[in-house]
Design a protein around this ligand. Structure first.
Ligand SMILES: [Cu+2]
Length: 151
């Protein structure tokens, strides 16, 4: 009697395990990308990377409010020679005039508007996307994103 109960419980657990594996397999084979976290292949003629402008804000114990504007995500990785279409959507902050160091790019992101910048980096390294308004802590920054160009 006891032995048959253990057997049934074991079978039930095995059945649940089988269901999990079967479910994962269905997800994987129906759409292989769903489990992939890798970036899109560099062979695509142009790759779009999307950023938004964000804001951190909080109140100190003395009641003073502090804030920092951010590019989000703050770090992106691209390949050398890859055609990149950088789309930046302005969410927080009225205006963010910016430069991208080393790529000779200037622009401005405004609230509620999308700013698109196309570039191709020919050298590996880290390029900074710098907001010229929110440059440091004293100016509600630093609002800097890092573009890592790899081989
Ligand atoms: Cu800014």
């Amino acid at each position: 009697m006891f032995k048959s109960f253990v057997l049934k419980k074991y079978h039930f657990v095995m059945f649940l395990g089988f269901l999990c594996v079967a479910f994962a397999a269905v997800l994987f084979f129906r759409n292989p990308q769903i489990l992939s976290t890798a970036a899109e292949p560099a062979t695509a003629s142009e790759r779009t990377i999307q950023l938004v402008t964000g804001e951190f804000s909080t109140k100190l114990e003395n009641g003073k409010e502090i804030e920092a504007y951010r590019w989000d995500p703050g770090t992106i990785v691209v390949r050398k020679g890859e055609n990149i279409r950088l789309s930046i959507y302005g969410v927080n902050g009225a205006s963010h005039p910016f430069i991208i160091e080393g790529l000779n790019i200037k622009g401005e992101v405004k609230k509620g508007k999308e700013t698109v910048v196309n570039f191709k980096a020919e050298k590996t390294g880290t390029y900074r996307l710098i907001c010229m308004t929110h440059t440091d802590i004293a100016h509600s920054g630093p609002m800097i994103a890092y573009i890592n160009v790899i081989d």
